[in-house]
Design a binder for this molecule. Structure first.
Ligand code: GPK
Length: 829
């Protein structure tokens, strides 16, 4: 029986030891064995890529071992688990991160060098896992790393897109998108679980049927697709715990086409089966705007249905009463993308498990928490009712019922305030009726989290004001963080060594608050010297990359000024470029002698524009047009360079961030929910030039305004400035640089016209004009500070030393304790 089974597992657990050894000889044999038998190349002749593959398989074996142990341990302890539901993960490369978290990087480096290979060179053979767009997706990846490191019983669910985020190719300065079929060369970091599959159903009708003397609604679906699990083991750092990121792939189901096979349409039937695979084949490349497309809705439901079947199956393995569900299961909704999960839980509990509505509703209200990542209205998802009706008719009914109950209760609370009732309704009436996924998520979740303090304020006072007034207790925030494992240890090994040396410990890798211990050395001359050395080496590496990518030679003595992130009007890359034009214009109009006083700059911009986002694409083209002019102007020479880094992604970030002196986070105040790039720069000792927006406001609290270059309108000033409309004061310099673009100084005047129009007085929604003067002042202050290298180095050290709060470990601990109610479950040994 069960007791015997348990005793057997206990016995095996007692005997268990690390099976695979990690000394260099074992590792070498292991790599060669994989060259010969897994990669199927001769062990006497293989290239760097094949060496990478073999190496990756050797690491994979070690991941699998710990992953098995962790799963067995979780199963025995049966703790409450957190299920993290996200449609996007930007994991980047796995190799370096894995061996570092496993604690065997140096052993591998030794083993490889004896075979004549360099670890770093092989690591670069790996392509990024880019299953997401921007900050939201990278946040999921950082949080997964923290969940593993902090020993939480967590499981991340996602989709295994075959086409990841498109590759950005620049032709004549214009962005082109190329499909990124990333699985072309195999993926050693995943384990295909051919037996972990679930049917997912779509379309059909809802029928009424007799049940227990009454009536009930049943869904009779028409189409079935199979979901297959692909497990990606995620190792924690400094722990044996290795958790699962389970990504679903769609496969044709045999349940569909029994009939058509008999009609003689064999070929058509087989061809049709293949359309099932399209459900999980492509990542939508727009970050935030989602225009009610059927395929997108199919993806969302496919994801939700497979994940919930898996979660419920695991629950039922050990429990028989659904009233215990909230004690064992916490579901985290990463934005509204997975919010159909709410409806699906209701449907399964009522229609399949035969719970009453009120029992099911009780359970739902205890298990979901929701994090929102934006304040922009276009970021709030809406699903057209007619789409839902045809694809998921029973779900639509359930949404209507949830909404009916909600509105009835609401009327009792607030009376017949129809404006407010209609604002809060889950269903948006109008020509095209739609479902407001944010409203659904708020109504059904016990907690709504923002991603920074100011973001939560804006949610409470503007975006979700009505809901906040109704349920103030639901609204919280957990300021975002990033993982120091990837953003310092993996990407900046020399800084990592320096920190450990000066702190006398590596404990900061699991407890980033310890970085504050470096504050006392902020003026130490020896530290300054080592610090500058580390930074210079990183800048040289970046300079080399820039030269290969763009052909532009840059001097490492110049200030490296970086803005890398998705291209968006609210992030104001255009403001940056206009500032660069101003700088160029100043240099051109200077006496030759005065040019000696100019602080040399290398301006670096990188980021992708959504394929349909016209203005964002024009910003990319403008960057290239301006760069062409500046970089070829002998008057300017080394005083100013502008480079656009193509195809920005996680591994490009790992290279660029450690080499940056200054980084820009210059969104119009009140628009960046948090921003996480700034945290990565901070950890690497890069100074920030920023507006008081998102998490920057909290960074100021940690490192002090003196150690950064702040500018621009504050959150509360923005609406006041917008009110002024055409009466808004704009500096002459701003008008001048915009005119240069408009009049064709950089060519392409027709193409740039609409871009220029978007910042004309009266039209300048993101307030580039009114922030311009203060932006230039902040830039001038940065120049001044850079001239005094001791001062700069001190600010740089203090930036890094003040970054402890921005570890995703801190964020995840807050979620675990305050929102999810889960505890660590550490695998022994
Ligand atoms: C927010 F709404 C969205 C979105 O669709 N995609 C995305 O990347 C970002 N985000 C915010 O823009 C950032 O401010 C924030 O730091 C990040 O999500 C993570 O919370």
């Amino acid at each position: 029986g069960l007791g015997e089974e348990r005793a057997k597992v206990d016995r095996m657990f007692g005997l268990m030891d690390q099976f695979l050894k990690n000394d260099p000889i074992t590792l070498q044999n292991d790599i060669l064995r994989h060259v010969e038998y897994t990669v199927a190349r001769s062990r006497f002749s293989f290239d760097d890529f094949e060496a990478y593959q073999a190496l990756a398989h050797s690491v994979r074996d070690r991941l699998i071992e710990r992953w098995h142990d962790t799963q067995v341990h979780f199963k025995r302890k049966d703790p409450k688990r957190i299920y993290f539901l996200s449609l996007e993960y930007l994991m980047g490369r796995f190799l370096s991160n894995s061996v570092i978290n496993l604690g065997i990087r140096d052993q591998y480096a030794d083993a490889l060098s004896q075979l004549g290979f360099e670890f770093e060179v092989l690591a670069e053979q790996e392509g990024d896992a880019a299953l997401g767009n921007g900050g939201l997706a990278r946040l999921s990846a950082c949080q997964i790393d923290s969940l593993a490191t902090l020993d939480y019983p967590a499981l991340g669910y996602g989709l295994r897109y075959q086409y990841g985020l498109y590759r950005q190719v620049i032709l004549d300065g214009y962005q082109h998108e190329q499909p990124y079929y990333w699985l072309n060369f195999g993926n050693p970091w995943e384990i295909e679980r051919i037996h972990v599959t679930y049917p997912v159903k779509f379309y059909g009708t809802v029928e009424e049927e007799d049940f227990n003397g009454g009536k009930r609604q049943v869904w009779v679906p028409k189409e079935t697709v199979e979901a297959v699990a692909y497990d990606n083991p995620i190792p924690g750092y400094g722990t044996r715990n290795t958790i699962t990121l389970r990504l679903w792939a769609a496969k044709p189901s045999d349940q569909n086409d029994m009939e058509s096979y008999n009609t003689g349409d064999y070929i058509d039937a087989v061809v049709n089966r293949r359309t099932a695979e399209t459900i999980s084949s492509i990542l939508y490349p727009d970050d935030r705007s989602h225009q009610g497309k059927e395929l997108r809705l199919k993806q969302q439901y496919f994801f939700v249905s497979a994940s919930l079947q898996d979660i419920i199956r695991r629950f039922k393995d050990a429990h028989s009463n659904f009233d215990d569900f909230p004690e064992k299961v916490a579901l985290q909704l990463n934005d509204t993308h997975p919010s159909l999960a709410i409806v699906e839980v209701m449907r399964v509990l009522i229609d399949e498990e035969h719970l009453s509505w009120s029992r099911a509703w009780d359970i739902v209200c205890k298990i979901f928490s929701f994090t929102t990542h934006t304040v922009l209205p276009e970021g709030l998802e809406k699903i057209p009712v007619d789409l839902l009706e045809s694809l998921l008719p029973r779900h639509l009914q359930i949404i209507y019922d949830i909404n009916f109950n909600f509105i009835e209760k609401l009327k009792k609370r607030i009376g017949l305030d129809y404006d407010r009732l209609s604002r809060m309704s889950i269903v948006e009436e109008g020509a095209a009726k739609s479902i407001r996924m944010a409203n659904l998520s708020i109504v059904c979740s016990h907690t709504v989290n923002g991603v920074s303090k100011i973001h939560a304020e804006l949610l409470k006072t503007r975006v979700f004001k009505d809901f906040y007034e109704l349920w103030p207790h639901k609204f919280h925030y957990k300021t975002n963080g990033v993982t120091q494992r990837r953003w310092i240890v993996v990407s900046n090994p020399s800084l990592c060594a320096l920190i450990s040396k000066w702190l006398g410990t590596e404990a900061w890798i699991r407890n980033l608050d310890l970085l504050a211990g470096l504050q006392e050395y902020a003026t130490n001359a020896d530290l300054h010297q080592e610090w500058k050395m580390v930074r210079k080496v990183n800048k040289m590496r970046l300079a080399e990359y820039i030269e290969t990518m763009s052909g532009v030679k840059v001097s490492v003595d110049a200030m490296f000024d970086v803005q890398i992130k998705r291209i968006h009007e609210y992030k104001r890359q255009f403001l940056n470029i206009l500032g660069i034009i101003h700088r160029y214009d100043c240099i051109k109009n200077m006496e030759k002698n005065d040019r000696r006083n100019v602080v040399p700059r290398v301006c670096i911009i990188g980021g992708k524009a959504a394929p349909g986002y016209e203005i964002a694409k024009k910003i990319i083209k403008l960057c290239h047009a301006v760069a062409e002019k500046i970089n070829n102007d002998p008057d300017v020479d080394d005083l100013l360079k502008l480079v656009f880094i193509p195809d920005y992604n996680v591994s490009v970030a790992e290279l660029v961030i450690p080499g940056a002196d200054l980084s820009q986070h210059i969104s119009t105040a009140g628009h960046e929910a948090s921003g996480t790039g700034s945290m990565k720069f901070l950890m690497n000792g890069c100074l920030l030039l920023a507006t008081a927006d998102g998490s920057t406001i909290e960074i100021i609290e940690e490192i002090g305004a003196d150690n950064m270059f702040l500018f621009g309108a504050k959150v509360n000033e923005v609406p006041v400035l917008r009110e002024k409309g055409p009466a808004l004061k704009v500096p002459l310099q701003f008008a001048r640089v915009v005119r240069m673009v408009r009049n064709g100084y950089f060519g392409f005047e027709d193409y740039f016209k609409s871009l220029c129009d978007s910042v004309e007085v009266g039209n300048d929604f993101y307030l580039l004009g009114s922030d311009f003067e203060s932006y230039l002042e902040a830039q001038a202050a940065a120049d001044m500070a850079f001239v005094d290298q001791e001062k700069w180095t001190q600010m740089s050290i203090l930036s890094m030393a003040g970054s402890g709060r921005f570890s995703s470990d801190r964020t995840i601990e807050e979620y675990a304790e305050k929102t999810w109610g889960i505890e660590p479950c550490r695998c022994p040994f």
